[in-house]
Design a protein around this ligand. Structure first.
Ligand code: SAH
Length: 373
């Protein structure tokens, strides 16, 4: 069966070359063609011997997920629905800014965690994405956006990169798909592939403590933690994984992570839910809670989706919350909502998930409560 070379990180590519009886540096040549130049056709890889190209074409291919749909928001944010087979689709979002281009990458088809305010959670969980499907999102974005730049004649960014930053903040819990996510992260950082700075690759987690420790050793990148609550009582309710790894353990893991992290702080994400976690007393509790962890706080205005059951905190509530934290000495930003007119904002990525957990069904069955005689 033909293998997809997007599934191969540097180590595996080198092993593959050895199996072919080729020199290990061939792996670097191949990676440069595939990831830097976006070439999928072996015939175009002209510094590789003709007969090896022919052998490769017989055994292997380079294939990113196909695009099913593209939406461009008024602010330039672009969302793609990408085909990952048998009726499943994942979403990838590109967010252009003056000084950078950020790609928000998915790690799973759906999500098995049940954060109550997240649209992906409502879709249920189907499966983990492969390495090729994760790195394929970056491959696709570069290919698509550079073709677009060429068409429009727009100049490239200072460093020539279209995607300068990656955030693992799309659909899924990246640390629940550990091995494939780490292999994809390594490709993002590899100088023969995308060569991104460790500081510009951020993984966001809901707080899988043992996997945070493993990531620190395997591939430390910038870390964001979806905190969302100032105490265990609220967090148990809205981020149920907290029952397994409560705040005390989570914050200890954050400090351990910082030993090896490329940045000297953790980013805590905090979604602002009206009347749930946005009161001044919550801000004061949060300020006390985070004393021991070098961090920055990112407040995310809740992005609504149908039947979410939550409302976004008012602008005044968000600013008052922010000010209490700033007065306590924290660095706080309020996340700009990007792409919400195309449902591309945080927590709105739904993709197309064949729900194998049948969560949607359960949710529908659960209400209203009826009694059968
Ligand atoms: N599972 C990982 C990666 C997802 S990142 C994690 O939980 O960190 C997506 C971010 O958007 C997370 O911080 C998530 O909690 C937040 N989010 C989810 N639903 C949201 C919503 N409806 N509005 C705003 N932010 C939301």
């Amino acid at each position: 069966m033909s293998v997809n070379l997007l599934d191969f990180d540097a180590e595996h590519m080198a092993e593959l070359m050895v199996r072919y009886g080729e020199k290990p540096f061939r792996a670097k040549q191949l990676m440069k063609w595939i990831h830097q130049r976006g070439v999928a056709d072996f015939e175009q890889m002209t510094d590789i011997a003709k007969n090896f190209r022919t052998r490769l074409a017989g055994d292997a291919h380079v294939k990113a997920p196909d695009m099913l749909a593209e939406h461009v928001a008024t602010d330039g944010t672009t969302k793609w629905l990408l085909d990952v087979g048998v009726g499943n689709g994942i979403e990838t979002v590109f967010i252009p800014e003056d000084d950078r281009g950020t790609l928000c990458v998915s790690s799973q088809v759906g999500c098995a965690l049940e954060c109550s305010f997240c649209s992906t959670a409502r879709q249920g969980f189907n499966r983990n994405l492969s390495v090729g499907e994760i790195i394929g999102q970056l491959w696709w974005a570069n290919t698509r956006l550079s073709a677009e730049q060429a068409r429009l004649g727009t100049p490239a960014n200072e460093d020539g990169r279209i995607v300068s930053n990656v955030v693992m903040m799309g659909m899924g819990e990246p640390l629940a798909n550990f091995d494939n996510v780490v292999a994809a992260l390594r490709l993002m950082l590899d100088d023969n592939a995308y060569g991104l700075s460790r500081r510009r690759v951020t993984l966001s987690t809901s707080g899988l403590v043992p996997a945070m420790d493993r990531l620190r050793d395997a591939c430390p990148v910038a870390l964001a933690v979806s905190l969302h609550a100032p105490n265990d009582e609220i967090r148990d309710h809205i981020v149920p994984i907290n029952k397994k790894y409560p705040l005390r353990e989570l914050l200890a893991a954050c400090n351990r992570y910082l030993d090896k992290a490329p940045r000297d702080f953790i980013t805590f994400e905090y979604v602002m839910l009206e009347g749930v976690n946005d009161l001044p007393e919550h801000a004061r509790q949060l300020a006390a809670l985070l004393r021991e962890v070098p961090c920055k706080l990112n407040l995310i205005p809740f992005n609504p989706f149908p039947n979410s059951g939550y409302n976004r905190s008012s602008r005044d509530a968000i600013l008052a919350f922010r000010d209490i934290l700033i007065e306590s000495g924290y660095i706080v930003t309020v996340r700009k909502t990007r792409g919400d007119d195309i449902d591309a904002a945080c927590g709105q990525l739904a993709g197309q998930v064949k729900d194998r957990t049948r969560r949607t069904q359960r949710a529908n069955d659960a209400q209203p409560i009826t009694f059968r005689s």
